[in-house]
Write a protein that binds this ligand. Sequence first.
Ligand code: UT7
Length: 347
Amino acid sequence: MQTSNATVSMPDGLFGRAVQPVQISSLGTCVPPRVLTNSELEQMVNTTNDWILKRTGIRERHIAAPDVATSDLAAEAARIAISGAGLEPPDIGFLVVGTTTPDTFFPSTACLVQDKIGATRAWGFDLGAACSGFTYSVTTAMQMVATGAHDHALAVGADVMSRIIDYQDRATCVIFGDGAGAVVVSPAVDPELRVIDFAHEVDGSGGPALQMPAGGSRMPASHDTVDQRLHYVHQDGAAVFKFAVRKTGDICRRILDRNGILPKDVDLFVSHQANRRIILAAAAQLELPEEKIVINIEKFGNTTGATIPLALADAVADKRLKKGDLVLLASVGAGFTVGAILLRWAY
Ligand code: UT7
């Protein structure tokens, strides 16, 4: 067996430092001003306000103007989060953007955001985890700070879903909306008020249930793919629904159990907002009372990477989320991707 004497170059700041507790220091969100109501959708496809409200819990969603892309919403959310943390953009060492609707395949939306906000010392990338984009991004950003590699990291979940929705398909077009949310992750000021744990899974066998079939290397764009409407979200709603209910419950139970925390000790449950019925069914498995569940899907629909920060922002604004609260975040998305984060709210 051969051994190598080559010197291995270590990334700056990583090795030899202890893992440190981290916190979410601030939150910023951005939704475009245009609201698309259920009654407008009634004029576009064969649906009713009553069906949408009963089956999903959605009343309206925000839709980006034609000249607005994901990086625009993401950059605005990022600016708010950075100033909320009392920082300047150059204080950010790392940024990750969880998105399913990047402005372009390349450059990454993270690069565009870095430039737009003037995060001159940051590196970063996009992360593809669909509706788990925010939880996966927060977990990734956490590692960069916990290891001491960076003092402050930015995790963004942002999507302009309206660009990949078929407004002739009533089963999907009523669900999705556009928005962005960002958090700054920093070393914990008070170690009690820290991110406690994260849990993630993927189950790639679920891929066909929720996908955009064309536009990638498997089926590049052609006249045919456009004619067949393959550049839009295609979903087997019932299959996704069942998986989401089961897995949201499972992953929450797992993260709570291994930290010795009972569901009744959770102050706030902030799940990805895909369907009001999914959130309530998952919460019922955990026996969480309704007052601990944040649901704001009626205002925004499913904004994919942005739902959890939008829900957190509403909870902060309503004073339902306060410093010291034990918060459980959960997500299930295309892939399938599954995630949960358990934390004490730090501000
Ligand atoms: O973010 C992660 C990804 N997404 C999700 O988590 C979404 C998961 N799935 C869902 O939320 C639900 O499955 C949907 C909201 C997509 C659909 O609700 P559902 O109760 O599962 O309805 P369904 O697909 O079983 O369809 C029931 C009926 C069908 O009619 P028939 O075949 O029974 O005559 C559909 O054609 O409802 C019909 N339908 C509609 N009717 C009026 C489907 N969409 C609509 C609509 N308006 N917009």
